[in-house]
Design a protein around this ligand. Structure first.
Ligand code: ADP
Ligand code: ADP
Length: 239
């Protein structure tokens, strides 16, 4: 069973006349990196948000390792997926705008959900958070506040906050798009290391050389439909 399976996904925003995602289907095998490309407005963000349970879908199914976690209902135009809370622990997502909690330290940002929501033992969570911070070279900033960090550092903290929930699939939505060029590399290096360690990921990025280097599979979205799909990203990027 694929780690993530999206079947005939259809989504229409409330009050919109046409679907923003139209019969989108793909599978992401465990440990693979899936890159979603497409022009602005083609539906890339919406696709990731729908997979994360942040957008209701009107048709199709989303499954993790064969477990259906969301099923489209034709009339459902607003509101959050009922499965969203179950989804949260199995899918991690990092956004363009690294929205850390401003009134929590770096460590506090990472440990908040596992201790408060998942009720894990706080000393274990703390130890794991420190290991994650070491992995992204930020152990020395554990007690800093978000406003004291660069954008690249904040985004690496946001990645740790997602990873501590051990997501089966990690969704990354243009996580370097808001960063100054000199900080892009340090974030992409973390993503490359995750890929080497077998983290299943779906990512939207405008960093084409990076996409070519990391992708196991590429899909191209246009107007909410998949218009190209390949297991040979090298070939894809040369024409
Ligand atoms: P991007 O193209 O980088 O994904 P956008 O500028 O299209 O970003 O969207 C930014 C935010 O505004 C997103 O949260 C998106 O959901 C929201 N948004 C975009 N278009 C609309 C719209 N027509 N109506 C309401 N919200 C929108
Ligand atoms: P991309 O990430 O490829 O730029 P988006 O998924 O952000 O595309 O947006 C796809 C389309 O959906 C755009 O036309 C955008 O304006 C529209 N859209 C995005 N968010 C909303 C929203 N919250 N409400 C209504 N329309 C939206």
């Amino acid at each position: 069973k694929p780690a993530l399976s999206v079947r005939h996904l259809t989504k229409t925003y409330a009050h919109a006349t046409s679907p923003v995602l139209n019969d989108v289907s793909f599978d992401v095998p465990k440990g693979k990196v899936f890159v979603v490309l497409g022009p602005s407005g083609s539906g890339k963000s919406t696709l990731l948000r729908a997979i994360a349970g942040l957008e209701p879908i009107q048709g199709g199914t989303i499954a993790l390792h064969g477990d259906v976690i969301d099923e489209g209902k034709p009339g459902r135009l607003t509101g959050r997926s009922k499965r969203a809370s179950a989804l949260r622990t199995r899918i991690g997502m990092v956004f363009q705008s690294y929205d850390l909690f401003p009134n929590k330290t770096v460590l506090g940002n990472i440990t908040l959900a596992p201790t408060l929501v998942l009720k894990r033992k706080s000393s274990d969570v703390r130890d794991e958070a420190m290991q994650l911070l070491e992995r992204v070279h930020l152990a020395d900033r554990a007690n800093s506040w978000p406003h004291e960090l660069s954008g690249g550092q904040r985004q690496r903290v946001a990645i740790c906050r997602a990873l501590i929930e051990h997501p089966e699939v990690l969704l990354l939505d243009e996580i370097t798009a808001a960063l100054d060029p000199e900080m892009v590399r340090e974030v992409l290096d973390v993503v490359l290391e995750l890929a080497d360690n077998g983290q299943t990921m779906v990512l939207v990025t405008h960093e084409m050389r990076f996409a070519e280097a990391i992708a196991d599979h590429v899909i191209l979205l246009e107007d909410g439909s998949i218009v190209d799909s390949t297991d040979d990203p090298k070939e894809f990027f040369t024409h």
